[in-house]
Design a protein around this ligand. Structure first.
Ligand code: SAM
Length: 440
């Protein structure tokens, strides 16, 4: 090795590292890497770049830093990064300028970019601007770092445009040298695949031409109340505060308080669950409240100093007014562990009038299904059973996975599930769907 350069912003790590490498060609600079200028001449640039970048999430970056980094990423690597990208994406973009043509790079980064929207730009870079050689993904149950809840991947690439018919090695589990499984995947298959974590376990995805769950249901995330502790009360609290029942809507408790997959209700539509909760839901103006509803007004006053100032509440017309989210006949828990009882996601049949918070996804029948349900009210139960019978791999593959085996399914990801079998269960089929959808 002729020479090597390293950057570290934090003197706590940087100073000992500097001392450790003092007698070697590795020069460590204590500085912000994103503010350094790479060498202009290609022969002065590095032919090997190794990086374990900081895993700082986007909400910890200032607006000014994001704008500066986005501009620099585009200029350096033709990488148009979304504002939701973590700092490691900007590191990858900026490092492009430090590499010589044909140089090799190895990155240890969160595997999240392989599945999520903000990762699209990074994937486009890896497919088109450089030659992606190998991605090894560690088993998420085997978290690489105790202090970061991420599942990690090592990404190897060469700084030159890819040759025709290029294939990339994908490996998973074990170690990079001795993975549990590996497979070569063509660039064309990678271009056509949204979620790269399906490799190497699965083959490339054939585009689904039939129905999707979004043809049957409108899928919405449950309510973001602004402060569950303030806006959600149990019966005792509601009584002690003398809150008028007309402003209390039943709301589902967290899924860990819902043992079975069916929610029964009393005659008022309140769930028959041990934990009975209510959402304070009122659209009266402050003047009307002060005049007509003194008890509720007095309670809301107690939230003026903190709750009302929260991001969500302060952006509302009335800081205490909740979004409209009628009870949905089916709700889905979309955050779970695959290793727990084998069911990371549960579909609950909701026979109550309870709405749900953003701990759930809410499934509202679209007109095509709603019409069918009028004809055959028992169809919803069959549909619910069929939803819970969806193969666990199918659901997990549509979602995303975090370190420690935590899985998450976004509304759009759930909406994208193939639903031909589900439609058939309720007497709808692909052939009748377009006609019925046209009526919508
Ligand atoms: C994931 S750690 C990697 C540490 C070490 N290089 C290793 O591989 O074990 C990321 C390191 O990046 C440093 N860092 C964070 N922001 C930086 C920046 N803008 N420029 C240089 N280093 C930075 C952090 O202080 C942290 O030590």
């Amino acid at each position: 090795m002729q020479s090597a350069t390293g950057f570290e912003i934090d003197p706590h790590y940087g100073e000992p590292a500097k001392a450790l490498w003092k007698e070697t060609p590795l020069a460590i600079t204590l500085a912000d890497f994103t503010r350094q200028h790479p060498p202009i001449a290609d022969k002065q640039r590095a032919n090997l770049l190794i990086c374990n970048p900081p895993y700082v999430r986007h909400h910890h970056l200032t607006v000014e830093d994001k704008a500066r980094l986005q501009f620099a990423a585009e200029k350096t690597a033709n990488l148009a990064l979304s504002g939701l990208s973590g700092l490691y994406c900007y590191f990858m973009a900026l490092a492009h300028g430090w590499m010589s043509h044909g140089g090799l790079a190895g990155w240890l980064i969160p595997s999240e970019f392989m599945d999520v929207n903000y990762g699209r730009a990074l994937k486009a870079y890896l497919l088109r601007e450089v030659t992606l050689l190998h991605i090894h993904r560690f088993d998420p149950h085997d978290v690489q770092f105790d202090d970061a809840l991420v599942s990690s991947a090592v990404v190897w690439f060469k700084k030159e445009k890819p040759p025709a018919n290029h294939e990339v090695r994908f490996s998973y589990g074990g170690t990079m040298q001795r993975p549990t499984i590996s497979k070569n995947v063509s660039l064309i298959d990678l271009e056509c695949t949204d979620k790269w974590t399906r490799f190497p376990k699965q083959n490339a995805q054939a585009a689904h031409t039939g129905l999707h769950l979004s043809d049957l249901f409108a899928i919405k995330r449950g309510l973001a109340t602004g402060d569950n502790g303030f806006f959600i009360v149990d019966e005792d609290k509601a009584h002690s505060l003398n809150l008028p029942p007309k402003f209390l809507r039943p709301v589902l408790p967290s899924s860990r308080y819902i043992k079975g997959n069916e929610i029964h209700a009393d005659t008022a539509g309140v769930p028959l669950l041990e934990k009975r909760l209510f959402l304070i839901d009122c659209e009266l103006s402050a003047d009307e409240l002060a005049r007509d509803e003194p008890a509720l007004w007095a309670y809301l006053q107690t939230g003026l100093k903190n709750v009302a100032k929260g991001y969500l509440c302060r952006s509302r017309r009335l800081w205490y007014a909740q979004e409209r989210r009628p009870a949905a006949p089916i709700v889905c828990t979309y955050f779970g562990r695959s290793d727990h009882d084998g069911q990371a996601f549960r579909f609950l049949l909701n026979n109550s009038k309870a709405t749900a918070t953003n701990g759930f996804l809410m499934l509202y029948p679209k007109p095509m299904l709603a019409e069918q349900l009028v004809r055959d009210p028992t169809a919803m139960r069959r549909l619910w059973q069929a939803l819970n019978a969806i193969g666990r791999e199918t659901l997990l593959n549509n979602g995303r996975v975090y370190g420690g085996g935590l899985h998450k399914l976004e509304p759009k990801e759930l909406a994208n599930l193939p639903a031909d079998a589900l439609a058939a269960v309720v007497g709808l089929c692909e052939k009748c769907a377009p006609r019925q959808l046209a009526l919508v």
